[in-house]
Design a protein around this ligand. Structure first.
Ligand SMILES: Nc1nc2c(c(=O)[nH]1)N[C@H]1C(S)=C(S)[C@@H](COP(=O)(O)O)O[C@H]1N2
Ligand SMILES: [Mo]
Length: 317
């Protein structure tokens, strides 16, 4: 990565045991570093293919009806090494204004795309950018995106995109544009480093490279932590998530897989708790978890960014 880009904090899986990740344990990524936006002069513009372009200041946005949306926030990974699983993930509660209300107020045309533009700019991967920009299908934005003003009951911090941030639950973190300054209704995808060049991949069956949007099926063991000394009786627990509900999680002790207890996902695109009680013989063991989702996707054993997560422990007698 370029020196300007910031990876401030990537907590280990053992820090992710809480259902709602504390703000201090939410990883921080900024391709051009961390922006500092003056909330007094900040405006959100809603434009492009709309009947009435909007320009809202912070009090105006705060005055609109808001919702609380728990959702997984996960980084796709280093866009220059898309096969490497960096395990930057969190589960947070966004507080914000539904994008549908903004589109309604602006009289958005029935177009195909919504562009979200951030206030940060700089050089990444040798390319100068005048903004950070993403695009998502307009229908998806209308269905579930929010302009978030808060995280976990507090206003957004600068690191996480203050004063306002675009959030699409169920999509990879890259789509959740921090320091949001503009939403643009359009009938095409924008040409940009972060839309059509990076954060693309070709999955089996795809006609060509596609933007990374839907979260992969993933699970992570949060207890016991890697390297732990345990007793004989151990509950292996962690979180499983993806764009689709996770329908089963298996836990392996030294390569022998058993079905874990898994909570259903519920209304929001959050992560789901799994747990399995196991009895370990004295000595070293490898504990692993593997999730399957409602679309039939299974975490691969290795060689993928969402490969099975394993921890090594030592059981005392
Ligand atoms: N404006 C802007 N938004 C951005 C980014 C960025 O560099 N600039 N990085 C994206 C990426 S790749 C991720 S994973 C998430 C990280 O959000 P966080 O730092 O709040 O965890 O922000 C996304 N939104
Ligand atoms: Mo990311």
């Amino acid at each position: 990565m370029d020196p300007a880009s910031t990876t401030k904090w990537i907590p280990g899986p053992e820090r992710l045991d809480a259902r709602v990740t504390g703000v201090d344990d939410v990883y921080v990524i900024g391709h051009f570093g961390i922006a500092h936006v003056d909330p007094a002069t900040w405006r959100l513009r809603v434009g492009g293919d709309v009947a009435t372009p909007l320009e809202l200041d912070l009090p105006a946005l705060r005055a609109m009806p808001a919702v609380d949306v728990p959702a997984v926030l996960e980084c796709f990974g280093n866009p220059l090494e898309p096969g490497v699983f960096v395990r930057r993930a969190a589960n947070v509660v966004w507080h914000g204004v539904p994008v549908a209300a903004l589109l309604e107020a602006a009289g958005a045309a029935p177009s195909s795309a919504l562009w979200a533009t951030g206030s940060d700019a700089g050089v990444f991967a040798g390319t100068a950018c005048t903004e950070y920009r993403k695009d998502v299908p307009l229908a998806v934005a209308r269905e579930r995106a929010v302009v978030a003003l808060g995280m976990n009951g507090a206003p957004l911090t600068d690191e996480h995109g203050a004063p306002a941030r675009f959030v699409v639950p169920g999509y990879f973190g890259t789509n959740n544009v921090k320091w949001l300054r503009e939403l643009t209704v359009a009938d095409r995808r924008p040409e940009h480093l972060f839309t059509t060049r990076l954060y693309q991949r070709t999955l089996p069956g795809d006609p060509g490279p596609q933007p990374v949007r839907d979260l992969d099926v993933t699970s992570v063991v949060t207890t016991p932590p890697d390297g732990a000394r345990t007793g004989a009786d151990v509950t292996v627990t962690g979180w499983a998530w993806g764009a689709h509900p996770v329908t089963s999680v298996e836990v392996a002790v030294d390569g022998r897989w058993r079905t874990a207890v898994l909570e259903p996902r519920g209304e929001h695109r959050t992560w789901q708790r799994f747990a399995l009680d196991v009895t370990l013989a004295p000595g070293e063991h490898v504990l692993a978890a593997r999730a399957t989702d409602a679309a039939g996707r299974v975490q691969p054993a290795d060689g993928a960014r969402n490969a099975v997560h394993a921890v090594a422990v030592v059981a005392d007698r």
